[in-house]
Design a protein around this ligand. Structure first.
Ligand code: FE2
Length: 291
């Protein structure tokens, strides 16, 4: 993990069928009539930054695949086959995911990694639906969940087999040592939406009052050749360093690719107030254990 910036741990958990079943129940049960039809995409400057997304940190909300709708704005498939992800507060509200997230094995792992005041945030089920499951463009997670110094680590659990056919992960090993945070996904000044903020863009820095903590030099993004495929069996855990570059491809196959994921951050590090995800009075970031 320290060398490569990610680690696949096969057979980490056995109850993936239970988590998969619960994910599918959530998809069956949500009310599409009252849904604002928010799409989720990781492409630059194309985030749908409305209230439904911005205030989802402590709720269970549903985000559509980008290709879920036809030209007339109608769903091409049933709603349960149209959702890209469920997020971002499953660990607060859903018993199955809360119990899973707070299990002893994960607490011990967090301590082994070196977390002192470990906080869990941004839990989500990513469905990557058959045929329309969207790609995730290359990124590092600290762009989205910035602490000073950076501390985010992704915990990524395969609920189904993830292969090159249904859009498994690809990592650029070792990039966490060379590439530092040079782009941030932040709330805009009015907190009405989101934007990317680049450390190299003087206008963007000025617009945000010149505040941008960058550690190390800007490096170009990794090349295509730098990435290695990480196929994972259901039951695998993948640990993802906050500064390692990764991505995943579109799912054109007839098999879904359900995964559950959340992040841990160090509660003793300053959590940046510009980050898209903010704690609320009702739901501060969940403490995984007492220090
Ligand atoms: Fe990521």
């Amino acid at each position: 993990f320290q060398e490569e910036g990610y680690l696949v741990i096969p057979n980490f958990f056995e109850n993936y069928q239970e988590l998969l079943k619960r994910s599918k129940e959530l998809l069956e049960n949500f009310d599409i009539q009252t849904h604002p039809k928010t799409k989720f995409t990781c492409k630059d400057d194309n985030h749908v930054g409305d209230d439904y997304f911005l205030n989802s940190g402590d709720k269970i909300r549903f985000f559509f695949e980008e290709d879920a709708f036809d030209e007339e704005g109608k769903l091409k498939k049933p709603k349960e086959k149209s959702i890209n992800k469920i997020g971002h507060g499953l660990h607060y509200h859903d018993k199955v995911f809360k119990d899973f997230t707070t299990q002893e094995k994960l607490k011990n792992l967090a301590k082994d990694i070196g977390f002192k005041d470990c906080r869990v945030l941004q839990s989500m089920v990513i469905c990557k639906q058959p045929e329309i499951g969207g790609e995730v463009s290359p990124h590092i997670d600290s762009t989205f969940l910035y602490t000073n110094p950076p501390s985010a680590i992704g915990f990524w659990f395969a609920l189904e087999d993830c292969t090159t056919k249904n859009g498994c992960m690809l990592f650029a090993p070792g990039t966490h040592k060379r590439h530092k945070v040079s782009k941030r996904f932040v709330r805009n000044k009015e907190s009405t939406g989101t934007t990317f903020l680049r450390s190299t863009n003087e206008d963007e820095k000025k617009w945000f009052g010149g505040e941008f903590t960058q550690i190390g030099d800007e490096k170009p993004e990794p090349a295509e050749d730098d990435y290695v495929v990480a196929e994972t069996k259901a039951g695998s855990l993948v640990l993802i360093h906050g500064e390692v570059w990764h991505k995943s491809t579109h799912n054109f196959s007839d098999k879904s690719r359900f995964i559950y994921t959340f992040h841990m951050i160090e509660g003793n590090n300053e959590y940046d107030e510009k980050n898209w995800l903010q704690p609320t009075a009702e739901h501060p970031f969940m403490k995984l254990y007492d220090q």
